[in-house]
Design a protein. Structure first.
Ligand code: ADP
Length: 219
């Protein structure tokens, strides 16, 4: 694909997902163009995003007119109307956008998006449901899983870590996990070093393979 892109992110559809995404991107200092066909939605976002336009994102002419092809990243944030989602994604791919992301509401919706050339498909309800399952079932306070089964977990320290420094405990050898960071009550997270002494009311961040980290968090 061409690389005459100007960077920036275009968000197509300002429903709950698209709106949260666009506002967070602006918060992160990103330039965001958003398009939605609903005039009220557009009005609600005016002034909050870099550019908000009322447009039918399935229209190739309209999207060409917005210069969609020059954006580094386009996110198709339309879920409920699968037809509009697929047509909008197809336009973005056709206009040569280098990174096309799209939200899908079902497995078959996701498959079609992948088939027409979408680079990254996200399933927010599915992914969040799975994440919450891990939080609900254990002592973990936060949980992030990467594609390959590698996780980062925020948890309370198991008793074997209490009031001892990490050096010599052999956590990595014994449990196959790494204590990455420590946060004391009211303090900020810092990197764990061999000298770090962990208190019972600290929070720790542990990384490693999913099953090992979850077993460690249950100790
Ligand atoms: P969520 O579940 O995240 O709220 P929705 O699919 O319900 O997502 O919202 C999609 C948004 O996309 C709505 O604001 C709707 O107006 C907009 N939208 C749907 N179809 C089009 C289209 N063809 N052109 C532009 N905007 C559209």
């Amino acid at each position: 694909k061409k690389d005459t892109t100007r960077g920036g992110v275009a968000v197509l559809g300002l429903g709950r997902f698209g709106s949260a995404l666009a506002l967070e991107l602006v918060e992160e200092g990103e330039e965001v163009l958003a398009a939605d066909m609903n005039p009220r939605t557009v009005q609600e976002h005016a002034g909050l995003l870099t550019h908000v336009v009322e447009a039918d994102t399935t229209s190739e002419d309209a999207m060409r007119g917005l210069g969609l092809g020059e954006f580094g990243t386009v996110v198709v944030a339309i879920g409920t109307d699968i037809e509009a989602s697929i047509l909008s994604a197809s336009v973005a791919v056709h206009l040569g956008v280098r990174n096309v992301w799209a939200k899908a509401i079902s497995a078959s919706h996701a498959r079609i998006l992948t088939q027409i050339g979408v680079d990254r498909v996200v399933r927010p309800e599915l992914e969040m449901g799975q994440r919450v399952a891990h939080l609900v079932s254990g002592q973990m306070l936060d949980y992030i899983e990467f594609d390959d089964g590698y996780v980062f977990v925020k948890t309370r320290p198991p008793a074997l870590l209490h009031n001892r420094s990490l050096s010599g405990l052999g956590v990595r050898e014994m449990y196959g996990v790494t204590v990455v960071g420590v946060k004391s009550a009211g303090g900020a997270f810092t990197y764990a070093t061999p000298e770090t002494v962990i208190r019972p009311d600290d929070h720790i961040v542990v990384s490693g393979p999913q099953h090992k980290v979850e077993a460690f968090a249950r100790l």
